[in-house]
Design a protein around this ligand. Sequence first.
Ligand code: HEM
Length: 299
Amino acid sequence: MADYYNTGLGIFKRLIKASAKVVSLAVFAVQLRARDLIWTLINLVARNRPAGGVIPPGYPGHGGDWPKYIAPNLESDTRSPCPGLNNLANHGILPRNGKHLTYRQMAHTIQHAYNLSPTLAERLTAAAKQIDQGRGWIDLHDLNALNVIQHDASFTRHDIAFCPDQSSPDRDLVERLLAHASNGHSLSLADIAYYSGLRRAESKHSNGEYSLAHSFRHKYFGSGNGALISAVFGGDVKDLRVWLGEERFPAGWEPKNREALGYTIVQSQASTLLIEFSIDEEQQLRRGDELSSPAKLHE
Ligand code: HEM
């Protein structure tokens, strides 16, 4: 026979826990947005960081001087579907084994290496809290989990249905993305939107487990990554070939975005929405393009 008292108590406890979570999330979101708005307004009037000094003295990458790149040993090191974090681990700015990364550590390193506002760094990092099971840290490999942050139709990885290990880029996909720079040397927001539309259409076509179709949230993450490529790299094909394809910082590279307080959530959201609402999965394909599948691409 059911113990009504204990069941009732269980329901009550879970309701309290869920309400506390909702309230703390709301407080986090509101204070983050308020701080971000202030940062964005200050950026409008403050002088940009000087070229050659975007990364402050004392931080890795200052003056384009990056710590040594060492390719990961995938037997013992862990890597993720995120080039932003893998690059930092490959240069030893995050632990080279990619393990036990705390939020403070990730937020601090991405803020300085990519000149992001502390608010955007916090927001990107907070997304990982969905997978940490309350431990307070993650291994890079944990970010492979499908449809938490990682999603189908990525720029540089085949869908998880074809490629269960998302920790390294597919060089053919990287080259294919870069070949879509209409002016030959930098990807514009329109190029990124076009290529996202192409990737979504072909994933839908070839992947029976395709799961992006009904998740605006994950589409938004994808377009957010496009916005980062555009802001932090200016879409530069030569730099992106190294950063995306080899997951290393090009020698002498520094972020293209030079805002005094870093690239903010407001700025990133504006570009993300611009990309997302320009994507048309039924678009007319550019000459030479076709919907492909992993097997076909590697023929
Ligand atoms: C702690 C902060 C971060 C977390 C938790 C994170 C997580 C992720 C995850 C899970 C993906 C896979 C999405 C997919 O399936 O395509 C991803 C992709 C990506 N991330 Fe990050 N990321 C972070 C910071 C950054 C930063 C700072 C940058 C760049 C400056 C960046 C650039 C990218 C790009 C360009 C992709 C797309 C890769 C592709 O589509 O193949 N990320 N990130």
